[in-house]
Design a protein around this ligand. Structure first.
Ligand code: FUB
Length: 347
């Protein structure tokens, strides 16, 4: 059974040897989705709070209520907190748990995509719009039609098409949608409705967005990841299979789908030839961090590539009180990402 706090670590030593330090210290932040707009870095993180919810495997302790946009002139510049960007109380369809968001720009408007639970306890994904990358954002009255689960990541391809990648198992509820409708049976179980270990793993979802970025153009499709033998990853491949935290970036004409493996705590990736895949498993990007969750984004800034990620070092190991970080990533000559070891010591 995972725990909410890490108690066996010497945090002074860990923070001294860590490869990067928290970017934001005055509030807790997590799930950083980073983009470069108008030459500047904008980070769209979750805003972690301690709402007093008990820890469980459904993530009830992640009881976030709002979003703040963080901006930086460069990865090493001071961060600016641009204040309240969107609060759950202003979203008519959403009741609670404002989890990992993302944002993108089209024709001078900025779109914040976010998951939240509705009054029926079911996660959906909403959109809110602003004239500025900093917000504040004005939400649409309804969630995106046909959306479900969590962790939207919206990727703009070179031809101007936008695709949303999303989904998360356990508390993210993806396993309850296997038949196309939300399965209400065994409501407290995070693992009911998962495939058997020798069956193909559940996949993240992808859908192309409409021109106004407010809807899907088709039913979400599976983001299938094959192993090196051309077989889909299995549910039992816990160190490789998709759990949550989708991200897409393009490098040298290839599509890199990256994600968290959840209960094994890695950020992994798979490479494909088009936005829908299939993708072939390519390896680990980030070894486990302090705290249960791992979540990231990958972004190019002035010719270098950066991994934005989080850990729970600032709160000294409290899983639901996280802080965002950044580090540079590099690719080898074959296009594989050199894995990141976030601390000089073993956790
Ligand atoms: O922040 C709440 C949830 O934790 C996110 O949606 C997941 O990706 C995990 O980071």
């Amino acid at each position: 059974m995972p725990e909410d706090s890490v108690t066996h670590i010497n945090f002074k030593a860990l923070n001294q040897s860590a490869i990067s330090q928290p970017l934001v210290r005055h509030i807790y932040t997590a799930d950083p989705s980073a983009h470069v707009f108008n030459g500047k870095i904008y980070i769209y993180p979750s805003h972690d709070i301690d709402a007093g919810e008990a820890f469980d495997d459904l993530g009830s302790h992640f009881a976030m209520e709002d979003y703040h946009v963080i901006s930086m002139e460069s990865p090493t510049s001071p961060e600016v907190d641009n204040g309240l960007a969107l609060h759950v109380n202003d979203v008519p369809w959403a009741e609670r748990q404002m989890w990992a968001p993302d944002a993108n720009e089209k024709d001078g408007k900025y779109y914040l995509f976010f998951p939240a639970k509705g009054y029926d306890g079911i996660f959906k994904i909403g959109v809110a719009i602003s004239e500025s990358p900093k917000g504040p954002f004005v939400p649409e009255k309804e969630a995106i039609k046909g959306s479900f689960s969590i962790d939207p990541a919206v990727f703009k391809d070179d031809d101007g098409s936008y695709y949303m990648y999303f989904g998360g198992i356990w508390g993210g509820q993806l396993q309850r949608w296997r038949e196309g409708v939300y399965n209400v049976s065994q409501p407290e179980s995070p693992t009911a409705h998962l495939p058997a270990d020798d069956e193909p793993a559940l996949c993240a979802k992808v859908a192309k967005m409409t021109d106004d970025l407010l809807a899907f153009t088709h039913e979400p499709k599976d983001v299938v990841i094959f192993d090196e033998n051309g077989k889909p990853l299995l549910n039992g491949d816990n160190e490789k299979r998709f759990f949550e935290a989708s991200w897409m970036h393009k490098y040298n004409g290839k599509y890199y789908f990256s994600y968290s493996t959840g209960d094994t705590h890695f950020i992994c990736y798979a490479i494909g030839d088009n936005p829908y895949g299939p993708f072939t498993y390519a390896g680990k990007i980030l070894e486990p961090v302090v705290g249960w969750t791992s979540h990231h984004s990958i972004c190019e800034f002035q010719g270098k590539w950066y991994l934005f990620y989080h850990d729970s070092s600032l709160s000294e190991g409290v899983t639901h009180l996280r802080n965002i970080k950044v580090t540079e990533i590099t690719y080898n000559e074959f296009g594989y990402i050199q894995p990141i070891f976030p601390y000089g010591i073993t956790l």
